[in-house]
Design a protein around this ligand. Structure first.
Ligand SMILES: NC(=O)c1ccc[n+]([C@@H]2O[C@H](COP(=O)([O-])OP(=O)(O)OC[C@H]3O[C@@H](n4cnc5c(N)ncnc54)[C@H](OP(=O)(O)O)[C@@H]3O)[C@@H](O)[C@H]2O)c1
Length: 335
C-alpha cells in the first residue's frame, strides 16, 4: 500500500457496554466517507466539543467507528467541485464535521466542498487552526455585538466569560485590538498575566460573576458580553448589562440552565443573541475569516497557542473538559 492510499487517524470505537475508546490507526482511503473533495489535512485543533466527542460524552456521535476533529486545515488532493482544484489551501470548521461526519483528527479527510472556506491569503494553515472554530466563533460574536450597536465608545467594559479558554482568549485578544475595554472573567488565578498580555484591562473573578444579584436588576456595568460559560452566570450578566447592551451567548462550559427575569429587557432594552458557528452561512463565515486575517494580532495568537501531536489527543480531551487548557491547542496531525 502506498502512502497515498492510506491515512492515519485517531479512531473512536464503542464497546458492548457503550464505552468509547480511542486509538491511532492506519486506514485505507476506501473507508473515507462520501464527499466531492479529498483534503490532505495538515493541522487540526482541540475544542471543548472535541473533548466531549473523544470521551464519548454528550451523545454527539451516533455511529462508530468515528474520526473526531471539528476543524481542519489542509490542501486539496482531489476535487469534483469546480470551486476547488488540487493544491488549493482550505479551512473547515463546523457543519457537524467531527460529529456526524468524519473529521480532522486524521491526515486525510473527504467532505462536501460547500463546507470549505478558501484559506485567507494573510494566514498560514497553522495560524488558521490556531483560530479555527474558537476564533471564528469569537469573531461571529463580535460581529453580532456590533450589529446591535456596540462601538468602542459605548460606555462600560465588554465582559468575556471563560476568558482563558479557546473562544475566550480569542475574544479578549480581538476585542482589545479593536479598541474595546475588555473585562476578562476567569476562575483561574494563574491566567491573569496571560489575559493581561492578550489585552484585558480588568480581570473579574469567576466567583464574583456567579454571585446572584439581590433583586431583578443589578448595578449597570457591562457594555456587552461574550459568554462562553452559560448557566446562572449568564442570568447574572443580563441583570448587570448597561442600557441597550447585548450578550452573545456562545457556550455552556458552566451549565445549560439559568433562571432570569424580563426586567433588564423591558427597563434597559438589552439583547440576548445566540451564536452558532456550526450552521452559520458560508457568506458570513467568509466575512468573519477575512476579518480574522486582518484584525487578529499574530503575536498574541502565537502566545495563546500550543501545538500537540495526534497521539496526545486522548489526554488533552480530558484536560479541556476539566477547564485546564489555556488558550488554543493546534494538532499537528503529522507530528
Ligand atoms: N456556539 C458556538 O458556535 C460555539 C463554538 C465554539 C465553542 N462553543 C462553546 O463555548 C464554550 C467554550 O469553548 P472553548 O472551546 O473555548 O472551551 P475551553 O477552551 O474549555 O474554555 C472554556 C472556559 O470556560 C471556563 N469554565 C470551564 N468550566 C467552567 C465552569 N464549570 N464554570 C465556569 N467556567 C468554566 C474556563 O475558563 P476560565 O479558566 O478562564 O475560567 C474554561 O477555560 C463551550 O461550551 C463550547 O461548547 C460554542
Amino acid at each position: 500500500m502506498s502512502e497515498r492510499s492510506q491515512f492515519t487517524a485517531l479512531v473512536l470505537e464503542q464497546d458492548e457496554v457503550s464505552k468509547v475508546t480511542s486509538r491511532i490507526q492506519i486506514l485505507d482511503n476506501n473507508v473515507l466517507p462520501e464527499g466531492d473533495v479529498t483534503v490532505s489535512v495538515k493541522y487540526s485543533a482541540l475544542n471543548y466539543k472535541d473533548g466531549l466527542i473523544i470521551q464519548g460524552l454528550g451523545r454527539l456521535v451516533r455511529d462508530y467507528p468515528h474520526v473526531p476533529g471539528i476543524d481542519f486545515a489542509g490542501v486539496i488532493e482531489q476535487s469534483e467541485s469546480p470551486e476547488y482544484k488540487p493544491g488549493d489551501k482550505v479551512v473547515l470548521t463546523g457543519w457537524r464535521v467531527g460529529e456526524a461526519h468524519w473529521g480532522g483528527h486524521a491526515t486525510r479527510a473527504r467532505v462536501k466542498s460547500d463546507w470549505l472556506v478558501p484559506l485567507p491569503e494573510a494566514l498560514t494553515l497553522k495560524q488558521s487552526m490556531s483560530i479555527a472554530t474558537a476564533g471564528l466563533t469569537a469573531m461571529l460574536a463580535i460581529m453580532t455585538l456590533e450589529e446591535h450597536g456596540l462601538t468602542p465608545d459605548f460606555e462600560g467594559e465588554v465582559l468575556v466569560t471563560g476568558a482563558a479558554g479557546g473562544v475566550g482568549s480569542a475574544a479578549v485578544s480581538i476585542l482589545s485590538g479593536l479598541g474595546y475595554t475588555v473585562a476578562a472573567g476567569t476562575g483561574r488565578a494563574e491566567t491573569h498575566k496571560y489575559l493581561k498580555n492578550l489585552g484585558a484591562a480588568v480581570i473579574v473573578d469567576r466567583a464574583e460573576l456567579q454571585e446572584t444579584p439581590k433583586g431583578p436588576l443589578a448595578s449597570q456595568r457591562w457594555a456587552a458580553c461574550i459568554d462562553t460559560v452559560g448557566g446562572q452566570m449568564l442570568a447574572n450578566v443580563l441583570a448587570a448589562l448597561r442600557c441597550w447592551g447585548t450578550v452573545a451567548s456562545v457556550g455552556n462550559a458552566g451549565g445549560i440552565e439559568f433562571t432570569a427575569n424580563v426586567l433588564p429587557f423591558l427597563l434597559r432594552g438589552i439583547n440576548l443573541c445566540g451564536i452558532d458557528s456550526n450552521t452559520c452561512s458560508k457568506a458570513r463565515r467568509i466575512i468573519a475569516w477575512n476579518r480574522l486575517a486582518n484584525e487578529m494580532h499574530f503575536d498574541k495568537l502565537d502566545n495563546m497557542t500550543n501545538t500537540a501531536p495526534l497521539t496526545d489527543l486522548p489526554r488533552l480531551a480530558g484536560k479541556i473538559l476539566q477547564g485546564q487548557i489555556q488558550g488554543r491547542t493546534v494538532i499537528d496531525v503529522h507530528g
